[in-house]
Each structure stands twice: as structure tokens, then as C-alpha cells.
Design a protein around this ligand. Sequence first.
Ligand SMILES: Nc1nc2c(c(=O)[nH]1)N=C([C@H](O)[C@@H](O)CO)CN2
Length: 119
Amino acid sequence: MDIVYIRDFKIDTVIGMFQWERRIQQTLVLDVEMAWDIRPAAASDAIDDALDYRAVSERLKAHVSSAHYQLVETLAESIWQILREEFSVSWCRLRVSKPGAVRGSRDVGVLIERGEKPA
Ligand SMILES: Nc1nc2c(c(=O)[nH]1)N=C([C@H](O)[C@@H](O)CO)CN2
């Protein structure tokens, strides 16, 4: 299985369950791994055969920066929906990290795997 990935993607958004969090922007960090057979793109050297990580990044930035979820769980699931429905991604591993949310830790968050892993 091949993977197209986006690592350490920082996006500012409103996220959190506390009142004070509803009034500020916080930075989330996304790490996204998406199953994609890269051989057609490698053979044609054409972006149309590739999963365009720039297009995915722009779409995720637009979505996350305008979102107002309370939980990182809700955000993570919404990202998977976009990858599946708009980019035909069949499997992903996605980490949504919230740096500085818990004193003493670098970051906290969720790591999800969704979809069917190709052989
Ligand atoms: N499993 C989760 N736990 C917590 C979340 C969350 O989104 N998922 N969020 C918070 C608060 O918003 C926290 O980040 C503020 O410090 C607490 N626990």
C-alpha cells in the first residue's frame, strides 16, 4: 500500500469545550496519511493521476479554519468525511494534535484510522 501524506500541518481555529476557548483561536496540528496507489501517477507523470496533496491541504485548511467544534473527535471525523467523499480516499490515518492543551504535555489529541486498508 502506498501513502500520500501531509505532516505537521498547523491550522488556527476555534476548538474546545470551555467558554474561554470559544473566544480565541488555537493552533491544531494535523498529520494525515492517505492510502493511494502512486503507480499510475509515476507512470504518467500527470497530477490528474495523483492524490494532489496541495489540493487536499487547501481544502482541509478551509474546513478546519472555519470550523467551531468543541471536540477534536468531531473535527477528526469531519476530516475523514471530506477525504472519503471529495478525494475518494479509501483509508486514512489521521492525528489531530492540540499543543499546550494539557500542562506538562507537548500535545494531546486523537489518532484515528478509517476505511479499508488496500493490500
Ligand atoms: N477526548 C477529548 N478530551 C478533551 C477535549 C477533546 O476535544 N477531546 N477537549 C478538552 C478541552 O477543550 C481542552 O483541550 C482544553 O484544555 C478537554 N478534554
